[in-house]
Design a protein around this ligand. Structure first.
Ligand SMILES: *Cc1c(COP(=O)(O)O)cnc(C)c1O
Length: 355
């Protein structure tokens, strides 16, 4: 039986998607050729790329609104520098809400002045900063919607008079937002969309072409837009699997429908963390808790061995917390079924009975 995979990333994908992906590796589209041995310029693969881009925009309600979807390589980490390379002329604002935010700030500092407008670093990122004011005249404001490592998630996004850029790597397609607020959204595929190897970038074209520096072709969003993500050979397999996941999401009823299930999963797990005296949540304020990554610890570390053994026995995988937080992290992305969350909750309750 397949394990209950709570891994933070690369992470769980729908079983039906994995099956179709496996079939396409052997024989794609009845061609008697593998998906990964045909030209990326064949009409069959061009159709995959176009469909993946179309579905990404459709799920976010961004079709025909001046946005383009790109599937590039280099991970979300490459976007930390590409964003600055393409958009930073003098000064940009950043919200520092976790390790990934901090990394994006480090890269952007190579290209201009960075104003860290708010930070929760002093409390080991256990909350989302609030009550800050954003100065005017920034080239852009960058934020991270979900802090994968610490288990916090932004619910309110600031009103700004500059482009709003968001790293949505670990919660894209998990909830409904007014995505038209954002001018550039990026997400590494491997958290909620597909295998590692491709990054989705959704960009409002009008924000480009405003910096004075010369941009190398591979780092230039305009080049990738003009070549429809095929300036160089795209990551054909990750793009294909992402397309399958986006089709799967459509079959589930889209982002609004999956959000309802995601809310149920998060409620189930956080209720148990709050109820069960053996556990405590890591995040300071309930309203900042992530619905994708739930971080928690044991009140009494001596129970760790028993709990870990019980989890293993129940087929639970990937529950270890990140080394900078410790304890446990249950990643409950779109493809994680409610039943698997119930299995974890059952184990937590069994531990309480035993202890
Ligand atoms: C995982 C993650 C990244 C890094 O993604 P890579 O594709 O490994 O570069 C960046 N931001 C967030 C929010 C993440 O969860």
């Amino acid at each position: 039986m397949k394990k209950h995979n709570f891994s933070a990333g690369p992470c769980i994908l729908p079983q039906s998607v994995l099956k179709k992906a496996a079939e396409a590796v052997l024989n794609f589209d009845g061609l008697d050729l593998s998906l990964i041995e045909i030209s990326h310029r064949s009409k069959q693969f061009v159709a995959v790329m176009e469909r993946a881009q179309e579905l990404a925009l459709e799920h976010l309600g961004l079709q025909n609104k001046g946005y383009k979807a790109l599937f590039l390589q280099g991970g979300a980490s490459m976007e930390f520098l590409m964003v600055a390379y393409n958009l930073l002329e003098k000064k940009a604002g950043y919200l520092d809400t976790g390790t990934w935010s901090a990394k994006s700030i480090k890269e952007a500092k190579l290209f201009g002045e960075i104003d860290v407008i708010a930070s929760s670093k002093d409390s080991n990122y256990n909350q989302i900063p609030k009550g800050y004011t954003i100065p005017s005249g920034l080239d852009y404001l960058h934020c991270t919607s979900n802090n994968t490592i610490f288990g916090t998630q932004m619910n309110d996004f600031p009103e700004v008079d500059c482009p709003l850029i968001c790293d949505m790597s670990s919660d894209i397609f998990s909830r409904v937002l007014d995505f038209t607020k954002f001018d550039l959204i990026y997400a590494g595929a491997q958290k909620n969309m597909g295998p590692a190897g491709t990054t989705l970038i959704i960009i409002k074209e009008e924000i480009l072409g405003k910096v004075s520096r010369v941009i190398p072709s591979m780092l230039d969003y305009k080049v990738h837009i003009s070549k429809d993500s095929m300036f160089n050979t795209p990551a054909v397999f990750p793009v294909y699997v992402s397309m399958l996941t986006l089709e799967w999401l459509k079959e589930q009823g889209g982002v609004a429908a999956i959000e309802k299930i995601n809310n149920k999963k998060a409620d189930l797990l956080y209720s148990e963390i709050d109820r069960n005296p053996l556990f405590k949540g890591f995040v300071a304020n309930k309203e900042d808790r992530s619905k994708m990554n739930a971080t928690f610890t044991l009140e009494n570390e001596t129970l760790k061995e028993t709990f870990d053994a019980m989890c293993a026995e129940a087929g639970i995988n990937g529950l270890n917390g990140h080394r900078s937080v410790g304890g446990y992290r249950a990643s409950i992305y779109n493809a994680m079924p409610l039943e698997s969350v119930q299995v974890l909750v059952d184990v937590m309750q069994e531990l309480e009975k035993k202890a």
